[in-house]
Write a protein that binds this ligand. Structure first.
Ligand SMILES: NC(=O)C1=CN([C@@H]2O[C@H](COP(=O)(O)OP(=O)(O)OC[C@H]3O[C@@H](n4cnc5c(N)ncnc54)[C@H](OP(=O)(O)O)[C@@H]3O)[C@@H](O)[C@H]2O)C=CC1
Ligand SMILES: O=C(O)[C@@H]1CCC=N1
Length: 292
């Protein structure tokens, strides 16, 4: 019942999503790769840097963030509560319990803030419980391309999360890319494998192609350009095409031609099985990272 309500609401917000209010104050707990990516994406779409606070323990990280993005910084995580409408927890999964403990103490007196956790594997119920049983908690799994507004974020809310909080989380993550709302939290580990981690697999594949092109004799610069432009063109075509991926692949693969030979080599190496097994490893790791 609760999930069908959420699914219906998610469909509504995906088709009629509201843009992020530029006055929304967003605090990040943690200022690493993913916080930086989301901040970059937010600033690129025009969010005011004065409305962003980052809490991180190292002074170097805080200085870097201040210099690079002109955002506010603080050493004390609890400063996020007074500052923000939305607190994004962007620390490694094993740091989440200590962060929740710090936030929950202050949030006993101010429980109006929405907390979005992007930590892989950390369960919604665990977060709610560690944050004074707050219903204002949403789990998110974004990816690095949020930095250029081309991210994909999987989102999961509890059955008692209010519509305005769901809409707020949607507006924040939609500002840096596309969103998908999950009806079943168990699907989050697959979103980790298919979206959170997947930019790295794609970079790995492109690195391998670049290396092979250089080994076949192309200068580095030409190899990089050939590989990246082809990837960008192929992905852009796939995103905008009426045809599915297999059909687009067939359009490149002339019978008895060059592509066919390469595809056969991939199939001989059982690429499908290799990818399935790599994605299963990522999903399994997401489950292992789940904290109690
Ligand atoms: N990287 C990615 O592509 C993605 C990552 N994620 C998730 O995002 C989270 C962060 O990952 P990522 O950005 O890569 O990690 P990083 O290691 O790059 O960043 C972690 C940040 O946490 C900060 N930190 C450590 N301890 C504390 C603390 N007690 N209080 C406040 N901040 C603290 C560190 O601060 P300092 O610099 O001061 O040491 C650092 O800035 C992880 O849970 C990961 O699962 C999700 C999707 C994609
Ligand atoms: O590798 C990780 O654990 C994080 C989560 C998804 C992408 N990076």
């Amino acid at each position: 019942m609760a999930f069908s309500f959420l699914a219906t609401f998610s469909e509504v917000i995906i088709s009629q999503h509201q843009s992020l209010d530029p006055n929304t104050c967003i605090a990040f707990i943690g200022g690493g790769n993913m916080a930086k990516a989301i901040i970059s994406g937010l600033l690129k779409q025009g969010h005011n840097s004065a409305n962003i606070l980052v809490c991180a323990p190292s002074q170097t990280t805080r200085h870097d963030l201040m210099n690079k993005f002109n955002v506010k910084v603080h050493h004390d995580n609890t400063a996020a509560v007074a500052f923000a409408d939305v607190i994004i927890v962007a620390v490694k999964p094993f740091v989440v319990p200590v962060v929740c403990e710090q936030l929950s103490e202050v949030m006993q007196h101010d429980n109006r803030k929405l907390v979005i956790s992007i930590a892989a594997g950390v369960k919604h119920a665990t977060l709610c419980q560690k944050l004074n049983n707050s219903p204002k908690v949403i789990c998110a799994m974004p990816n690095l391309p949020t930095a250029i507004g081309e991210g994909l974020t999987g989102l999961f809310a509890g059955s008692d999360t209010q519509q305005n909080d769901i809409a707020l989380a949607e507006s924040v993550m939609r500002a840096v890319g596309e969103t998908v709302w999950l009806k079943d939290e168990n699907q989050m580990s697959t979103i980790v494998a298919a979206a959170g981690s997947s930019p790295a697999y794609l970079f790995l594949f492109l690195e391998a192609m670049e290396k092979a092109a250089i080994e076949q004799g192309l200068p580095q610069e030409t190899a990089t350009k050939a590989v990246l432009q082809s990837a960008m063109g192929a992905i852009s075509m796939a995103m905008n095409s009426q045809h599915n991926l297999a059909s687009l692949r067939q359009q490149v693969t002339s019978p008895k031609g060059t592509t066919e030979q390469a595809i056969m080599a991939f199939q001989d190496g059982d690429l499908d099985q290799l990818v399935a097994s790599a994605m299963a490893c990522a999903a399994t790791r997401a489950k292992e990272l789940s904290i109690g």
